[in-house]
Design a protein around this ligand. Sequence first.
Ligand code: NAP
Length: 313
Amino acid sequence: MKKVIYSQFGDESVLELSEQAVPTIEKDQLLIRVKAVSINPLDWKIYGGEMKLMSGSKFPKSVGIDFSGIVEQTGLAVTRFKAGDAVMGLLDAFKGGALADYIAVKETDLVLKPANVSFEQAAALPVTGLSALQIMDQLAAVGPNQDVLINGATGGIGVIAVQMAKKRGARVTAVVSTKGVVEARQWGADTVVDYTKQPIKLLNQRFDAVIDLSTKLSFTEAKRLMKPKAVFVSTLPSPLTLLSAFINNFFSGQKRRVLILKPTVDGFTTLAKLTEEGLQIVLDKIYSLTNVRDAYREVRRGKGIGKSVIVLD
Ligand SMILES: NC(=O)c1ccc[n+]([C@@H]2O[C@H](COP(=O)([O-])OP(=O)(O)OC[C@H]3O[C@@H](n4cnc5c(N)ncnc54)[C@H](OP(=O)(O)O)[C@@H]3O)[C@@H](O)[C@H]2O)c1
C-alpha cells in the first residue's frame, strides 16, 4: 500500500510516497481504508522540525492527522463499528500516519461519518471541529449574550468556531481578510472586521472571549480587547506560554488559556450530531496523493477559505 513518510525534517521536498505493508490490527483496533485526509498547519510545523520536542526525532515519520474512510476489518474487542461502516477520525497528532491507503485505529478515535457530508468534508472535520468544541466548552465557556471575538475566522477552526459560538447564543465578531467578509456573515457572524483595512488592536469594543486562531495576536495586545473578567484563547502551546498562563491566571481576572487538543468520544458524538443538524464544513482545495508535496506547499503558502484535503484512490 502507499504511505507518505519522511526521513529528515525540512520543507515539503522531504515528503516521499513509499510502499509499505498493510498494517495488522490489535483486538481493540480497526483497519480503515482511507478515503480522504485533511491538511493541517500542525503537519508542516511537525515535518519542518518546529515541534521536535513533542514529535521526537526518530525517522522515518508519517504525515496526516484526521481522515475519513471505510471500515475494512474490526478487532475482536471492537463493539461500535462493523466492516463497511463509513467513518471519520483522527490519529495522534505527533505520530501522524493518516496519509496511507490503510491505517489501524482505536475505536475511541472514530465516529460514524454523518450521511449528509462527503468523505472529503468528513476528513476536514475532526481536528478543526474538536478544537472548536474544546474552545467553546472548556477554554472560553461561550454562552448566551456573550461578546466573542474570533480572530482568523475563515481558517479551518474559525469557520466552525463562528457557527458554534452563534449556536450558543453569543454575539460574534469575526476577524477575516477581505476574501472572507461575505462568507463570515453567512456563517452567522454579527460583525465582520477586515483586518487588512482595520487593525483589531484599534477596536473600541470589549469582549468576554478573544479567540486567536491566527497566532498573530499576543496576550498583551488582546488584553485591550477584553472585559475585566474575560478569557483569551490561543492555539500554540509551549512550556513558556503554559507557565505564563498559569501565573497570569493566579493573579488576574483576565484569563489566558491555551488549546491542547484532547479528543474524546463525547466530543466526536457531539460533532457528528452538529454536522447532521447542518454545521457547514467549507472546503477550499482537493488534491490527489500523487501531488502531496504541491498540496502541502500551496496550502502552507496561503490559502482560500476553510480546509484543503487530499483524496486517496
Ligand atoms: N494546540 C492545539 O492542540 C491545536 C490544534 C489544532 C490547531 N492548532 C493551531 O491552531 C491554529 C489555527 O488552526 P486552523 O486550522 O484554523 O489554521 P488556518 O486554517 O491556517 O487558519 C488561520 C487563519 O488565520 C488567519 N490570519 C492570518 N493572519 C491573520 C492576521 N494577521 N489577523 C487575523 N487573522 C489572520 C488566516 O486568514 P487569511 O488567510 O485571510 O489571512 C486563516 O484563516 C494553527 O496555528 C494550528 O496549528 C493547534
